[in-house]
Write a protein that binds this ligand. Structure first.
Ligand code: PRP
Length: 185
């Protein structure tokens, strides 16, 4: 087996840059939720947000709970579409009305997945639903959606690492990189 770093064309966010982003976002979250009387639920969207969630929540010294969902909004193809929200791992709780839900995502691309998920959670009665994303590709947006907390806006390049995959690989890179086109062309 060869080292996965050989497939990285460029480092987009180094470990130090990621650490600074995490400090900034966590401080904003603490500022905004510290006086809330409700339960704060960190809702991590699998699989890509696993590492981001893990690093972020350890910087938030507030009482919080952690849950996971796995969702997608695929149509017939492999990219997110305007089709229905597919929930392959659901949130099973009966106290949703008591929750401030903070969705934690690795990336917003078209925005289809999160706009539908946000609506879904609001319809289930969550007291509040906010979005925290590590990466945002605003140039790819198909629906109106903005994150409440965003690590970095990035260009429309194929990014991998720090949880993000290509063909389920590269999630274990400790930084965010651009995948070399030779891998997929
Ligand atoms: C990615 C990402 C978001 C979604 C964003 O998940 O984590 O959930 O796609 O795309 P959109 O804004 O165009 O809807 P993916 O389906 O790749 O799953 P993964 O996190 O398990 O890799």
């Amino acid at each position: 087996m060869t080292h996965i770093e050989k497939d990285v064309e460029e480092v987009l966010l180094s470990e130090k840059e990621l650490s600074d982003i995490l400090d900034r976002i966590a401080a904003d979250i603490v500022r905004d939720y510290k006086d809330s009387p409700r339960k704060l639920l960190i809702l991590s969207i699998l699989k890509g947000s696993l590492i981001f969630t893990s690093d972020l929540m350890r910087r938030i010294p507030l009482p919080l709970e952690l849950d996971f969902m796995k969702v997608s909004s695929y149509g017939s193809g492999t990219v997110s579409s305007g089709g229905p929200l597919k929930i392959s791992l659901d949130l099973k709780r009966d106290d949703i009305a008591d929750l401030d839900i903070l969705i934690v995502e690795d990336i917003i691309d078209s925005g289809n997945t999160l706009s539908k998920l946000k609506k879904h959670l609001a319809e289930r009665g969550a007291h509040s639903v906010k979005i925290c994303t590590l990466l945002d590709k605003p140039s790819r947006r198909e629906v109106e959606l903005s994150a409440d907390y965003c690590g970095a806006e990035i260009p429309d390049k194929f990014v991998i690492g720090y949880g993000l995959d290509y063909d389920e690989k590269y999630r274990n890179l400790p930084y965010v990189g651009v995948l070399s086109p030779k891998v997929y062309s």
